[in-house]
Ligand binder design. Structure first.
Ligand code: KIV
Length: 257
């Protein structure tokens, strides 16, 4: 409960940092900077080259989350519920319980607003903490990723979905690819924090896929800023290893039994 309160207390005070992790070693580093570590189903495209997050299975999410758990000391850990695992109240509760029991995460994230509100309500009634996700919903997007909140119908829908989710008790809402002015309006209308991804500076926090910001995953999405070219650093190390092996410099006596 303390972790949730800490995140809520940041609204209108300081920015919330949310980062993805899919394994222990990255989770250990991310944990030092993040308030929330998200095991996102983006792992489907980032790690497995899936054409859509729809192909990600519950088993894959649980296995990666178990590894991530080992790397987290302080952050709140959230796990994405994969596509088709929360179609009904019954399946949502059964699968969320399984995720929490096996991974020891703190909360689950579901994509959608009014359409999934019954499941959200049911999970929260059963003491499962839920994070919302509105705007571009990768599990339901068809074709190219487009920004949301361009028409008055979309704006109305987004605002009402956000209010619905808040009313049912989600502790925060991810806003993906939502127009700046709309993200601002939603953020100002809510008592709970919004976490933006491609949704402007006006959100209460920001999330990015860690592999994207570190340059491990080469993507050309508009909102992705590459903060480091980690591939370059990895190549320096691998090249050194390869060359020392070929020159018979490694393993020297120091590294041999
Ligand atoms: O799957 C994911 O990583 C996500 C975030 C990028 C918000 O949902």
């Amino acid at each position: 409960m303390k972790k949730f309160k800490k995140i809520l207390a940041k609204k209108n005070r300081s920015k919330i940092i949310c980062l993805t992790a899919y394994s222990k070693n990255i989770a250990e580093e991310v944990d030092k900077y993040a308030d929330i570590v998200l095991v996102g189903d983006s792992l489907g495209s980032v790690l497995y080259n899936y054409s859509s997050t729809r192909k990600v299975t519950l088993t894959e999410m649980i296995n990666h989350s178990k590894s991530v758990r080992l790397g987290i000391k302080k952050s709140l850990m959230v796990v994405d519920m994969p596509y088709k695992t929360y179609d009904t109240n019954f399946s949502a509760l059964k699968n969320a319980k399984k995720i929490i029991k096996e991974t020891k995460c703190d909360a689950v994230k579901l994509e959608g607003g009014k359409k999934i509100i019954k499941q959200v309500k049911f999970l929260i009634k059963n003491k499962i903490p839920v994070m919302g996700h509105l705007g571009l919903l990768p599990q339901f997007a068809k074709g190219k990723f487009k920004s949301k909140g361009k028409t008055s119908r979309e704006i109305k829908q987004l605002i009402s979905d956000a209010l619905f989710l808040q009313r049912e008790g989600v502790f925060a809402i991810v806003l993906e690819c939502v127009k700046s002015s709309v993200a601002k309006q939603i953020t100002q209308s809510l008592n709970i924090p919004t976490i933006g991804i491609g949704s402007s500076i006006f959100c209460d926090g920001q999330v990015l896929v860690t592999d994207d910001l570190l340059g491990l995953n080469q993507t050309k999405i508009k909102f992705v800023k590459r903060f480091l070219n980690l591939k370059k650093h990895i190549n320096i190390g691998l090249k050194k290893f390869s060359s020392e092996v070929k020159l018979k410099k490694y393993p020297s006596k120091k590294y041999s039994y």
